[in-house]
Design a protein around this ligand. Sequence first.
Ligand code: SF4
Ligand code: SF4
Length: 375
Amino acid sequence: MMSREILVMDGEKKLETAALCYQCGACTASCPLNLFNGVRINPRRIIWNIQQGLPTDVDPFLCMMCMACEASCPRGVRILDVIRLLRIEAYQANKAPQRLVQVLWNVYEEGNPWGYPAKERGKWLETIRSDNIKDKAKTLLYVGCVSSYDIRLQRVVKSLVNLLSGSNIEFTVLGDREKCCGDSVMNVGETGFLEELIQDNIKLFREKGAETIITISPHCYQMIKNIYPGYGGDFQAMHYTEYLAKLLDENKLQIDARYEGVITYHDPCYLGRYSGVFEEPRKLLEQVKDLELVEMPMSRWLTLCCGGGGGKIFMETKPEERPANVRIKQAAEANAGTLVTSCPYCIINFEDSLKLQRVGLKVMDLAEVLASEKM
Ligand code: SF4
Ligand code: SF4
């Protein structure tokens, strides 16, 4: 099926968005894939093909869905919607990468993209003691797939639970019953199973009494905030940095952390460019005693994708083509000793890059810095 037909099928709005384009090329120029062996994906050309009613000849799965192109577009063209539609088209034509198709099966069978046993999802709870975790509550901490299973990322969960408990927030969690938010499924271009998964999640969130949902991953945040309402899921989604910043404003969050060192903050694409959450993380870091915060030139709207968005976290990227390698060098060049972020995919990618490169840098999640003991 041609992309034009899909756009028409999906409503005039999608076709209208391509019609806005005047072919300036700012989108293609801003794509971080340009950093590696020239242009790998050309959003300007994709939109031109749609305008002309021509099939597109690009692989939409190359895209990291980082939004750098869309953010730079002077005409407000919804480039990511178009790329999502191309993925749906490719999936329906059996052209989705095999690794991503396997991700779908893993979510279907075990509720997470890696295929870890569903019955072990809530094991992280065994290492955490908090009287503030209730069976039901208006506030739900949605932990997410990778943070539930990965031992390193469980430290982030623990830090956040400590911060919430220290602020006397009562909240609930889903434990073994938690399933993927659907980000991984949407990235493959599968729509039927996505709807089923989202409906199941909405039902479970309601059963737990949730009104506000705090997420650890910006990917889960963007799903619950922007995609779930289209399926009837009317929750207040908040990334944990937003939630903690709100507690701080209300004088309900006490940050006693002290961190001696120079830190730079990496804006995750799905939190910053997608939702404009740039100041909250910095405001929280400013509360930490002795910490010096420096900025990389590519920060806030100009942030560089870690390479994990758009389902790329599940796919192999050659070492010489990993954006995370570039990012850790940028952090070191800013004279930072610690690269802080607030996304589990960024943590995985940056720590993987550090294994292969001699850069004197440490990677931490913001929650870990905020919960760090006085030194
Ligand atoms: S930046 Fe916007 S207007 Fe310019 S080529 Fe890209 S989509 Fe078209
Ligand atoms: S979303 Fe990012 S990776 Fe994809 S085309 Fe746009 S700038 Fe390139």
